[in-house]
Ligand binder design. Structure first.
Ligand SMILES: Cc1cc2nc3c(=O)[nH]c(=O)nc-3n(C[C@H](O)[C@H](O)[C@H](O)COP(=O)(O)OP(=O)(O)OC[C@H]3O[C@@H](n4cnc5c(N)ncnc54)[C@H](O)[C@@H]3O)c2cc1C
Length: 435
């Protein structure tokens, strides 16, 4: 039986309820919460829970779409493992405990360095969380996903064994990458070593409204082809703004961030003329303080909109061939209208990446069921146009069958899982299909 040391086990009703929500208002109550403060403690907790055959869920800061907890079981929260262990300015690396939030590392870095993946745009995600989800962010266009910054990690396996994996400073991917994107279903990540990047000296932020989705896609192609050094290019479909009650011009809103070298006048003229050619209704440009990297203004609209309307959404993150982006949005729209649900959609045409959600009132069970059905319909319909689910967050192993949709992928993952976690104790939302 586990003993509470210094309040690291919570089981009162108030605590259980306050840990029952994720940032997206998903609700499910664990039986107990354990907040270990070092890897050795994680190891003894897992050993003991594995002897007792308990279900175990891992939680960083609960900001994800797929986030745990699930009903029942023990929730291991990592935030007490929140120490920055090393910042190496020469090698451009940082080693942190897994419960460190992105914002904490950013605050402690020298001004000219930064870490580019901040998926929620609020710097709240933990390093364990972003690696476990292989999170992507708008800046992934230039820097890749969280997994591509990983140089090494320490993990505790379900039987309590502690392993230190990696690491090289050049980041050749080794066995540590097994844990990228597996959403806590193979062990608890306790430490990560990641790559840091030099902050660009100047940045411009463009916010442009164009009437149609096709205009925004075309605009990206033209900007890209003109050789302008983009850090990110994302557009938000009208409904994302309407959700938060913001005033918008019609259609899509392009939100573009670029590195501006010395001759930015020339760049500005190019962008303006491309935007005008695509029928821009509004072009705003501002100097963007590089200190705010990797925050991304448009992302804030999503969370603001959901919170202010007391809604949540069932999300889907996927990539499609470039010429299917428009078709994907049309299909999502049609499903939304059929199921009488609002959608929220962000598109990153440079990465062929779409993040969409069907919104619902979480206290309305009927609406929630419709959102679940809408999600299944979207998966079926988008599969027909070669969507690959699971770019960054929102799929992976917890929502079994999405990222692992290919039968061979799924089977291989199941075999690996059986070896490492034979009792399917960790994040057991992923279960073998026949069981
Ligand atoms: C407004 C908003 C926008 C977002 N946009 C994107 C986006 O564009 N792209 C994207 O990829 N993501 C996006 N996300 C989700 C984001 O990726 C996750 O919020 C983040 O990565 C999870 O971090 P967390 O610490 O909160 O983890 P949690 O939400 O607590 O957990 C997430 C998953 O990781 C596992 N996990 C957490 N810590 C560990 C650990 N130490 N060891 C093993 N497993 C662990 C959990 O079991 C769970 O399965 C967005 C989130 C928000 C709020």
């Amino acid at each position: 039986m586990l003993e509470s040391e210094g309040g690291n086990i919570l089981s009162s009703d108030v605590d259980l309820i306050s840990y029952s929500y994720t940032m997206f208002n998903n609700f499910s109550k664990p039986d107990a919460i354990i907040r270990p403060s070092d890897p050795e403690e994680v190891s003894s907790i897992l050993k003991s829970l594995s002897d007792e055959r308990k279900k175990v869920f891992v939680r960083g800061n609960g900001t994800s779409f797929v986030g745990c907890p699930a009903e029942g079981g023990v929730l291991i929260e990592t935030r007490r493992m929140g120490e920055i262990l090393e910042i190496d300015e020469e090698d451009l690396t940082a080693t942190v405990e897994s419960g460190v939030q992105i914002g904490n590392l950013l605050k402690n870095l020298p001004k000219d360095l930064f870490f580019p993946i901040d998926p929620d745009g609020l710097s709240l995600s933990t390093f364990g969380g972003v690696i476990a989800e292989d999170s992507a962010s708008p800046l992934s266009l230039a820097y890749g996903t969280a997994g591509s910054t990983l140089l090494g990690l320490e993990v505790v396996l379900p039987d309590g064994s502690l392993m230190e994996l990696g690491s090289t400073t050049i980041g050749a991917r080794g066995i540590e990458s097994l844990f990228i994107g597996t959403e806590g279903s193979l062990g608890v990540i306790t430490k990560v070593k990641i790559r840091l990047y030099r902050r660009p000296e100047r940045l411009l932020l463009y916010e442009i409204d164009v009437p149609h989705v096709e205009d925004a896609i075309e605009m990206h192609s033209l900007v890209d082809a003109s050789g302008i050094p983009l850090l990110g290019f994302e557009f938000y479909y009208r409904d994302l703004f309407e959700l938060g009650g913001k005033e918008v011009s019609m259609g899509a809103r392009v939100h573009m961030l670029l590195k501006a070298p010395q001759r930015e006048d020339e760049i500005h003229k190019k962008i303006e003329s491309i935007a005008e050619r695509e029928g821009a209704l509004k072009i705003d440009v501002e100097e963007y303080d590089p200190m705010y990297l990797p925050k991304w203004k448009g992302r804030g609209y999503l969370i603001e909109g959901l919170k202010s309307t007391c809604r949540t959404a069932s999300f889907l993150s996927f990539t499609v061939p470039r010429d299917s982006i428009f078709e994907s949005i049309s299909r999502i729209d049609a499903i939304g209208s059929r199921m009488k649900l609002e959608t929220v959609t962000m598109v990153n045409p440079g990465m062929n990446w779409i993040l969409t959600g069907f919104t619902y009132d979480f206290s309305d069970e009927k609406e929630m069921k419709r959102a679940e059905r809408a999600l299944k319909m979207a998966i079926d319909q988008l599969s027909e146009i070669q969507a690959i689910f699971g770019f960054g967050t929102g799929t992976g192993t917890n929502m079994a069958g999405l990222k692992l949709k290919s039968l061979d992928n799924r089977e291989l993952f199941e075999r690996v899982k059986r070896c490492i976690d034979p009792n399917f104790m960790m994040n057991p939302i992923f279960m073998p299909e026949e069981e």
